[in-house]
Ligand binder design. Structure first.
Ligand SMILES: Nc1ncnc2c1ncn2[C@@H]1O[C@H](COP(=O)(O)OP(=O)(O)O)[C@@H](O)[C@H]1O
Ligand SMILES: [Mg+2]
Length: 369
């Protein structure tokens, strides 16, 4: 039987659609075949940020859902075409979709990912597994992080290791010795989201390339201390964060409390904020950790990585490249793997970490025909 799976995601940073084709063997081990980072077409990125800030109408949200479905489908078609992949060999697409709102707590928890999987299946002619978070949530879990079981399958032989994914939000997976399931996994708080928003506002660029701007600034200690008082950091896991909890407006309320702070000093403080909250979470909840394996776009921010290595020491900081998957492709690979699990009627969540009542087969299947 063919065993190629495609993983698809556009993360909270909405920087690109990441698509990866992987071969998955009978043991569930993945081998990367091809990758593509595809720009979001037109003004979709702007629209995503508008919807994320919750100011939109149902009409616009419905339209965005369909537009993203088309964009994801095109990303797959482009991946296939550019790399001459035989479509007949592809078993399924695992599509995460674009998160626009994530509210795991309260009486009626929900999480909302856009990018209609019906459209993906229809346009590509490939079976699509999607809506991967909500079953875990229905079973009492946070619906996040979802990549834990994949991290366990991939790096389970590593001891006292934390896998750290730094997208808009940072999440960690704590791998224990000889366990079937990760010991723990949760969102630690922001990685790039605030820094990106600040850079967009003041430099009109999508992100601070290599952290060059932040590197020129000085950490404003009182601002840093105020940010670290966010109630999210006092919550015990399981917990998951929404980027709306760490948005520009929230930051600006604090900035106003102090005499004018230079923009680059705020940038430096935001890097320190992410780094301190990540290292703090590892020190508090994953005391046995000896090595951190980092992935996600945050690894490209050299200044952030430098500060993180300093704060984590003596815990060593590595990137996923050293363990066979480039930092850019871990998440998309996880969603290909989750599609594989679902189609094999195998569970994909890590209930001990998400807080769900038990293991569940995740997602809905949208058949090719
Ligand atoms: N060269 C770079 N320098 C600094 N930051 C970068 C660089 N490349 C990527 N990033 C950061 O990584 C983010 C994208 O990371 P990604 O893992 O795709 O996040 P998400 O899963 O939220 O989409 C960008 O928004 C940016 O903050
Ligand atoms: Mg991304």
């Amino acid at each position: 039987m063919s065993s190629v799976y495609i993983g698809l995601i556009s993360g909270t940073s909405a920087d690109a659609i990441d698509a990866v084709a992987v071969d998955i063997d009978a043991q569930g081990s993945t081998t990367q075949l091809a990758t593509a980072a595809i720009d979001l077409p037109g003004d979709l990125r702007k629209k995503i940020f508008e919807v994320q800030s919750q100011s939109n109408t149902l009409q616009e949200i419905g339209t965005l859902d369909a537009q993203l479905g088309e964009a994801f489908a095109n990303a797959v078609l482009q991946l296939i075409e550019t790399n001459n992949i035989n479509k007949a060999e592809i078993n399924a697409i695992g599509s995460h979709g674009q998160t626009v709102l994530h509210q795991p707590d309260g009486e009626f928890p929900f999480t909302m990912q856009l990018g209609d999987p019906n459209i993906i299946a229809e346009r590509t002619g490939i079976t699509t597994v999607a809506d991967l978070r909500r079953r875990d949530m229905a079973a009492g879990g946070q619906g996040a992080p979802l990549v834990l079981a994949f991290h366990q399958a991939w790096l389970g032989e590593q001891q006292n290791t934390a896998v750290l994914n730094m997208g808009g939000i940072a999440n960690i997976t704590v791998l224990a010795d000889n366990a079937d399931e990760p010991l723990l996994g949760f969102d630690t708080g922001p990685a790039n989201t605030l820094l990106d928003a600040w850079t967009r506002k003041h430099l009109n660029k999508p992100y601070d390339e290599n952290g060059q701007w932040a590197q020129q600034g000085k950490v404003h200690k009182p601002l840093l201390e105020s940010l670290l008082k966010h109630p999210y950091f006092r919550q015990a896991p399981p917990k998951s964060a929404d980027i709306n909890q760490f948005e520009l407006k929230w930051l600006q309320n604090f900035i106003r409390m102090f005499d004018s702070i230079a923009e680059q000093d705020v940038a430096a403080t935001l890097v320190e904020f992410s780094v301190t909250s990540i290292a703090g979470a590892i020190n508090q909840w994953a005391k046995e950790t000896q090595q951190v394996v980092a992935c996600g776009g945050g690894c490209k921010n050299k200044f952030l990585m430098h500060r993180l290595a300093k704060q984590l020491a003596p815990i060593t900081l590595h990137t996923s490249n050293e363990f066979g998957i480039d930092v850019d492709w871990v998440e998309a690979t996880a969603f290909a793997w989750l599609a594989y699990r679902t189609l094999h009627q195998q569970t994909g969540n890590a209930p001990r970490s998400t807080g769900a009542k038990g293991p569940r087969i995740l997602g809905g299947i949208y058949y090719a025909s």
